[in-house]
Design a protein around this ligand. Structure first.
Ligand code: DAH
Length: 363
């Protein structure tokens, strides 16, 4: 504010003299600017705004009292009051943006949702051990000339049992504790108990020669324990060609064992029974814990059982319209979860379903 302004006739009328008004305004501005700079919240700032430049502010009061001044002094002091008001408003405006920015930063920080669950120092996410295992198993068989096939998890009785030489009431149906769906005729639709029905679906849709593996999820009405899950994964193999023998089956299992478990690991077949193969076998691989010398895990035998296999039963070929005189083949099926457990020596299979980072980050 510039030099003293008095009307041509000196102070006159009621109210303070122009000089007093200007000093008063200067004081209001100086104090106001300090208060604005110190305002700690938007709320505080809003109160200050009303107090400093609102209708009932001291500044507004001063403005209203100008009527008593000479016109020239009124003009000059009026302009100065206006200037004081603008200065305060400007300061309030910039303080408001600063406070808003700070409040937004605080809100963003506290509203932040961490959707990653990444622990400090941990690596990026990756495929689950079971998915990695499935991929590696597929790769081994793709390398041997197989293709990957798929089938539905919800199956009908015919594909899951009947066509696999397991007619209704066949005693061997008890080998699979089946979960039925409440659909269609009673016990006609089910959650597949094994991947073997994919054999049927493939033979129904493509002519031999067939060389496929079918990995997938299977379901049983079983209580989970350290070596069993009620929802787990199998990989099925099927070969149909001319002149396929048990020797081809044994050689394939052996090649797979060495490729997947590593050099020095071997396989053997033991006679067993499955309705869809004849002869049938169980195949075992060298115990990876004791490398075959015998330990607690393999109950001293040096071998760990992995799955079932055999030569495709003529009734199965017949069910899909293949002539058993022309075509022969072998099939096998084993647990993917079991493979991962054996290879990585996981004591309890149930950890596969826990999604505990302490397990996940190890693989
Ligand atoms: N489907 C059998 C099971 O779940 C495993 C199996 C055994 C599959 C023999 C086969 C096989 O293809 O030939 O227990």
């Amino acid at each position: 504010m510039s030099g003293p302004v008095t009307g041509p006739h000196g102070p006159s009328g009621a109210g303070p003299a122009p000089l007093d008004r200007r000093e008063e305004a200067a004081r209001i501005v100086a104090e106001g600017l300090r208060a604005v700079a110190e305002a700690a919240s938007l709320e505080e700032l809003r109160a200050l705004q009303a107090e400093l430049v609102g209708k009932r502010s001291a500044l507004a009061g001063l403005g209203r009292s100008l009527g008593s001044l000479e016109p020239e002094a009124r003009r000059v002091v009026g302009a100065e009051l206006q200037e004081a008001r603008s200065g305060l408003e400007e300061a309030i405006g910039s303080r408001r943006s600063a406070l808003e920015q700070a409040e937004r930063a605080v809100a963003l920080q506290s509203d932040r949702l961490d959707l990653t669950e990444v622990l400090a120092g941990s690596s990026r996410g990756h495929l689950h051990l079971l998915t990695q295992t499935r991929d590696e198993l597929e790769d081994v068989f793709i390398g041997m000339g197989y293709r990957v096939a798929e089938g539905p998890e919800v199956e009908d009785d015919w594909h899951n049992f009947e066509a696999l030489n397991l007619p209704a009431a066949h005693p061997a149906r008890g080998m699979w504790d089946t979960l039925y769906l409440d659909q269609g005729d009673s016990e006609s639709i089910l959650l597949r108990t094994h991947t073997s029905p994919v054999q049927i679906r493939v033979m129904q849709t493509q002519p031999p020669p067939i060389y496929i593996v079918a990995p997938g999820r299977v379901f049983r009405r079983d209580t989970p324990d350290a070596r069993h899950l009620s929802t787990f994964h199998q990989i099925e193999g099927l070969v149909i060609d001319r002149g396929i023998t048990l020797g081809d089956l044994a050689g394939t299992i052996e090649s797979f064992t060495t490729a997947y478990f590593g050099p020095g690991m071997h396989s053997r077949l033991r006679p067993s029974y499955f309705p869809f193969t004849e002869p049938s076998g169980e195949f075992e691989v060298t115990c990876p814990i004791c490398a075959g010398s015998g330990c607690r895990t393999c109950t001293g035998t040096g071998w760990i059982e992995l799955g079932g296999c055999g030569m495709v039963h003529p009734n199965v070929l017949g069910a899909v319209g293949l002539d058993p005189e022309e075509w022969s083949g072998f099939a096998f099926g084993f647990g993917i979860d079991r493979c991962a457990q054996v290879r990585h020596q996981v004591p309890d299979m149930r950890v596969f379903l826990d999604n505990d980072l302490r397990l996940l980050t190890q693989f």
